[in-house]
Design a protein around this ligand. Structure first.
Ligand code: COA
Length: 329
């Protein structure tokens, strides 16, 4: 018998209640402007967690929606793959906290940190468990509370990011729907272009580290931009070739939402017209691991994704890491 395909049977997403506008940075003393942020990134607002909203609480909201959509209960979940680079705690894993909150009593759970690429990596991991028969129902999460790890004094980064969560339920199917191609890659030689320099176990947090902010996200924006475009292009090309498809065959492209200019460059490279590309970076900013699953859920719920469509997801993030997946719905 041929191996089962892993199919997305339900999705969900959640964001905090507070939408922070570009104009709100003035009250934090940040030397920026709505015009600069919109022109360079396409971002107009982002959601910021407050009042007890956390990475895991947002993930739990998104998961419950995804489970309801898939028609499964917490008791059905075999595995939780929790993609994040901003977990509530460094130990134990956010996935285990989610497992407890959902009451997913038979599920194993772990975190996957490929930064902004975590959800798309997570789809491949979930697919592997389903293809091998080791799991039948996998919950793949991309969730972040980046507002807790960004440097609110650094205008190069603080205007870019937002909080949120997305979730997808993966289940086996034999009818040739589901993930038909995937690609994953990394290059740790480029780590210092986007990272948190200190505050890990090698250099635990000290008052000096806190004062200089080197435990927070630092990024070389222009260099990161170039690698993002190059790497997303590669992720697009390899998965398309693997599936025997061209950009013409893609009904909808869901790219990582970091910057409108990166998205447009990726679409152009793949010869995919912008009306087949989903963009919501204007409303959410870069929510890292959450960006692709939030967009995916919006597409599912708004009818942008219909049965029979071929949808490509592509992401790039710190590491660097980059990945893509093609899913036939
Ligand atoms: C960050 C990014 C928007 C900056 O855009 P850019 O066109 O490359 O701009 P630069 O970094 O070259 O900076 C241009 C100028 O704007 C300034 N600037 C940076 N942030 C600013 C802000 N928020 N407001 C106003 N000016 C700002 C810089 O200081 C620089 O000024 P200078 O020329 O006087 O030195 C862009 O590089 C980017 O999107 N990079 C990739 C980000 C990304 O994808 N990260 C996540 C990967 S998952």
């Amino acid at each position: 018998m041929s191996r089962p395909y892993a199919r997305i049977t339900g999705t969900g997403h959640a964001v905090p209640a507070f939408a922070m506008q570009n104009s709100d940075f003035a009250s934090l003393g940040i030397d920026t402007s709505d015009a600069w942020i919109r022109e360079r990134t396409g971002i107009r607002q982002r959601y910021i967690a407050r009042n007890g909203e956390t990475c895991v609480s947002l993930a739990a909201d998104a998961s419950r929606q995804a489970m309801a959509e898939a028609g499964v209960t917490a008791a059905d979940i075999d595995l939780i793959v929790f993609g994040t680079c901003s977990p509530d705690k460094l130990l134990p894993a956010a996935g285990v906290e989610l497992q407890a909150q959902l009451g997913a009593s038979k599920a194993s759970a772990f975190d996957l940190n490929a930064a902004c690429t975590s959800f798309v990596y997570g789809l491949s991991v979930g697919e592997g468990f389903i293809a091998s028969g080791a799991a039948k129902t996998v919950l793949v999460i991309g969730a972040e509370k980046l507002s807790g790890i960004i440097n609110w004094k650094d205008r190069n980064t603080c205007v870019l990011f937002g909080d949120g969560a997305g979730a997808a339920v993966l289940q086996p199917t034999t009818d040739q729907r589901g993930i038909i191609a995937r690609f994953m890659r990394s290059d740790g030689n480029l780590a210092k272009l986007l990272y948190r320099p200190k505050g890990g176990s090698a250099e635990p947090v000290t008052p000096e580290i806190i004062a200089e902010g080197s435990h927070l996200v630092a990024m070389a924006g222009r260099e990161t931009f170039k690698h993002a475009v190059y790497s997303m292009n590669e992720a697009l090309d390899v998965a398309l070739a693997d599936a025997g498809l061209t950009g013409n065959d893609i009904d909808l492209l869901i790219p990582h939402q970091a910057n409108l200019r990166i998205i447009e460059a990726t679409a152009k490279h793949g010869d995919i017209p912008m009306d087949k590309v989903y963009v919501n970076v204007d409303r959410y900013g870069n929510t890292s691991a959450a960006s692709v699953p939030i967009a995916l859920d919006e597409c599912m719920r708004s009818g942008r994704i219909l049965p029979g469509m071929t949808v490509m997801m592509v992401a790039f993030g710190a590491g660097f890491t980059w990945s893509s997946a093609i899913h036939r719905f």
